[in-house]
Design a protein around this ligand. Structure first.
Ligand code: BGC
Length: 493
């Protein structure tokens, strides 16, 4: 065999991973699974002793979504979880990422009062997953704060971090024997900006506050990080030895591609990544806020007349408490954006956008979802996981969400095209770039209540007929695609 042929075969066979005619086989331990979250699929919003969350409260008192929809019934997974697990089994999903509704097990949010019916629901769900050989990846907080805690200031109050820790302890105690992966908090970046800064493409987000001083968003981020770290330490000291699970925070980011190799564009590009992803990842994986955030926000705050930076300083004790609170990296990612330099305007109104200050646009050759907001550039996910691995060296990366928005139809070839190309790029990252991605989650298993968009955009591989009493489930073409990929352990075969 000449050297060229040898190199060719070597490239095909690295780590037991084979590329056949453009198709890609999964490496030995690689798993694909599906995801949902409590408020988006459960329904049963006040069933059997469940307390109200702030989403229940907000959407039962006002129309805050594109179609005035709410999660009162959604896909009725609270009553139909066995049917959904049967679907996952049929699709050959390796794991299920779902979230616990805090107020379903602790109706007031406090740990002094539990709701047995809610506990039984999650216990049975977890046992049924186990019987079906589907791993559980469980999120403790996917945006549904108990309404009772909202009155104390929600994510602006540092005591929320302690109450979250107490809730986490209850969940670890009750469910930990069944859970391999714990995800403490989902995308604090999105709910801090969206909930306290009226900012995010997804429309209304609880608690729907504005932030003229661009201060609440940063306070929220500090409390969320303290809450995450509190739960992590509780697991570490009280449960890890007997339960052996892994715990981390769920961070989200698009891929940001520099618009050119010009030094200023590259500086803006790096700043964007630090403000989006580094904001939460840097404190957990490296310690403290990213330096560029510390410096820019302090400088702008001074110019705006504040006595202190709008970004709260973390004490050395807090830095140490948060630093290292991960067992793997959990990433939600959907889209890509082009980033270039923008000159700073004279200091005026405090704002997160001006704190970051970059020029953001899209490449016209990228694919834009016809309904909803996903912008597909498949190479973006490969670059993003490589960037994360280079920056944070987390040992293991779990893609906890990746999915495509569409209208309501069953022949969703657009979704199949997106998921195929994104999964292929994840596998390229594993094989070619040596990035340790071990899990890939398609968001979502079934159509969901999509926050500010209500029911106007769909993410599911399984359609829900929301008009029917039975909330009838029907496979879209993407569900059959998933089944084939998961069964053959190969994409594009
Ligand atoms: C959230 C999901 C949401 C998805 C699509 C993520 O930010 O975690 O709850 O459905 O994006 O918008």
């Amino acid at each position: 065999m000449n050297w060229l042929k040898k190199l060719f075969w070597y490239c095909l066979l690295i780590e037991g991973f084979i590329i056949v005619n453009g198709s890609k086989k999964f490496p030995g331990t690689f798993k694909i699974g599906v995801g949902t979250s409590a408020y988006q699929v459960e329904g049963g919003w006040n069933a059997d002793g469940k307390g109200e969350s702030w989403w229940d409260y907000a959407l039962n008192t006002q129309c805050n979504t594109a179609d005035c929809g709410n999660g009162n019934v959604a896909g009725d997974n609270y009553h139909k979880y066995k049917e959904d697990i049967a679907i996952m089994k049929d699709l050959n999903a390796g794991f299920y990422r779902f979230s616990i509704s805090w107020s379903r097990i602790l109706p007031t949010g406090f740990a002094n009062e539990t709701n047995q019916a809610g506990i039984d629901y999650y216990l049975d769900l977890l046992k049924t997953l186990k019987e079906n050989n589907i791993d559980a990846a469980v999120t403790l907080y996917h945006w549904d704060l108990p309404q009772n805690l909202a009155q104390y200031g929600g994510w602006l109050n540092e005591q929320t971090a302690e109450w979250f820790g107490e809730y986490a302890r209850v969940a670890f105690e009750l469910f930990g024997d069944y859970v391999k992966y714990w995800l403490t908090i989902n995308e604090p970046h999105v709910f801090c900006l969206g909930g306290y800064g009226s900012y995010h493409g997804m429309g209304f987000m609880c608690p729907g506050e504005t932030d003229e001083n661009a201060t609440k968003i940063y306070q929220c981020s500090k409390v969320a990080l303290l809450a995450h770290a509190t739960a992590y330490h509780i697991y570490d000291t009280e449960f890890r030895a007997k339960q052996g699970g892994k715990v981390t925070l769920v961070t989200d980011s698009s891929w940001y591609e520099p618009i050119s190799n010009d030094t200023k564009d590259l500086e803006a590009w790096d700043r964007e990544l630090q403000f989006q992803l580094g904001w939460f990842a840097h404190p957990v994986y490296l310690g403290n806020w990213p330096q560029v955030m510390i410096e820019r926000i302090a400088e702008r705050s001074k110019g705006e007349g504040f006595a202190q930076s709008r970004l709260p300083e973390l004490s050395q004790e807090e830095i140490d408490f948060i630093n290292g609170t991960f067992d793997f990296f959990a990433l939600n990612t959907y889209s890509s954006t082009l980033i270039g330099w923008a000159d700073d305007s004279p200091i005026s109104q405090p704002s997160y956008d001006l704190d970051t200050n970059v020029y953001a646009t899209s490449d016209p050759s990228w694919t834009f979802a016809e309904v909803g907001y996903v912008v597909s550039w498949p190479l973006g996910i490969r670059k993003l996981v490589k960037w994360i691995n280079d920056q944070y060296n987390p040992g293991e990366i779990f893609i906890t969400e990746n999915g495509w928005t569409s209208g309501d139809y069953l022949n969703d070839t657009d979704r199949i095209t997106y998921q195929t190309s994104y999964l292929e790029n994840v596998l390229d990252a594993v094989l070619i770039d040596n990035v340790p991605v071990t899990h890939y989650t398609v968001w979502s298993l079934i159509d969901t209540f999509e926050w500010g968009s209500g029911y106007t955009v769909k993410f599911g591989m399984v359609q829900i007929d929301f008009e029917s009493d039975n909330k009838t489930r029907t496979y879209k073409d993407s569900a059959n695609w998933f089944k084939k990929v998961a069964t053959e352990r190969c994409v594009g075969c």
